[in-house]
Design a protein. Structure first.
Length: 343
């Protein structure tokens, strides 16, 4: 288990990240608003750890992961990878950094070129970023196929000849081709059969140990995130509302949204008493028109008057635990700490 307290090095530093998509309307295509897909997100990812990023569909998880890799030109904020600020880096400068950071996409079918063979797909990063000749590239492709559990004899086959799990392994091999330090896994198991999901997650864990990788693991599967992540960040409507070590978050969630999210996870053991189910009322507001104050105030079962007026700050309320909620003001935090220490 990864331990942040043991002086781990910060590999990824995200501060005030915003990713807005403009809305145009009318004959003259006037700018009338923005879809605030990611709105003022800040967190760190330590070298060698897996940070899970969870939340319901449409909360901005995938956009956040893509923005961190600068697949989008961000609206505001800073992104530092291995000590280098890339938030405003040019595309030419980013090209030199691509070997450091890679991505495993959600849909293995859509992310692989159907006209290229497996050898061509995995070897394309080597062709673009290295001076290897064809023999060296083929040898490297075979090494990567061995690492992800694919038979070398399949190197001349096309993506449609593989199963969903095998296609995802191809995507993982491609991401590993340039020996990256950081990989964004954008719901890598969502499109796979349940029987295959555990194999892919175990493969990611084995590769992390073998190559010293750092992951941002994006998923809406809370059970799988609990299995693979060291720390977990919870997103709601473009904002991170809670960030904590895995067991702390799952055993004692602080934010009302996290409590509701975890209460929806089915308990497979009928002998265990099910946690009290939290049913949220209403629909998720539009990211183009979020509510005033706290984004969660329109659905929160513990809403207060201040929640409709002021956006709560995202702050550390207990050692290693960050939350954006007005219930955790200074007085409440001291009481919480006293309860936990038994004083």
């Amino acid at each position: 288990m990864f331990d942040v307290s043991q002086g781990a090095k910060t590999l990824i530093e995200v501060r005030g990240l915003k990713m807005y998509f403009p809305i145009y309307a009318g004959v003259f295509r006037r700018h009338v608003g923005d879809v605030k897909a990611v709105d003022d997100v800040s967190f760190d990812i330590y070298e060698g750890e897996t940070l899970g990023l969870v939340g319901e569909s449409g909360c901005g998880k995938s956009t956040c992961g893509r923005a961190i890799l600068r697949l989008y030109d961000i609206t505001a904020g800073s992104i530092t990878i291995n000590g280098r600020e890339i938030g405003k880096e040019s595309q030419a400068g980013l090209r030199k950094l691509r070997p450091t950071m890679q991505m495993v996409f959600q849909d293995p079918q859509a992310s692989l070129n159907p006209r290229m063979t497996l050898e061509g797909i995995i070897g394309e990063p080597l062709l673009e970023h290295t001076d290897m000749d064809r023999t060296q590239r083929r040898a490297r492709v075979h090494e990567l196929m061995d690492a992800v559990g694919l038979n070398r004899r399949f190197s001349n086959r096309y993506p449609h000849e593989f199963s969903g799990g095998q296609r995802q392994r191809i995507g993982i091999a491609r991401a590993l081709a340039l020996n990256p330090k950081f990989i964004v896994c954008d719901e890598p198991i969502a499109a796979l059969d349940v029987s295959i999901q555990a194999q892919v997650v175990n493969l990611l864990e084995d590769l992390q140990k073998q190559f010293g990788l750092t992951y941002l693991f994006i998923s809406h599967d809370l059970s799988m995130v609990r299995h693979i992540a060291d720390r977990v960040a919870v997103m709601y409507l473009g904002k991170v509302v809670e960030l904590s070590a895995r067991e702390s978050l799952y055993n004692e969630p602080l934010h009302p949204y996290t409590k509701a999210l975890l209460s929806a996870v089915p308990e497979p053991d009928p002998d265990l008493e099910a946690a009290e189910r939290v049913i949220l009322q209403g629909d998720v507001p539009s990211p183009a028109n979020p509510p005033a104050g706290c984004n969660f105030c329109t659905r929160c079962p513990a809403v207060m008057e201040i929640c409709h007026r002021e956006d709560p700050a995202f702050r550390e309320v207990l050692p290693g635990r960050f939350v954006a909620c007005h219930h955790y003001n200074d007085m409440n935090v001291s009481n919480e700490t006293a309860d936990e220490t038994g004083s």
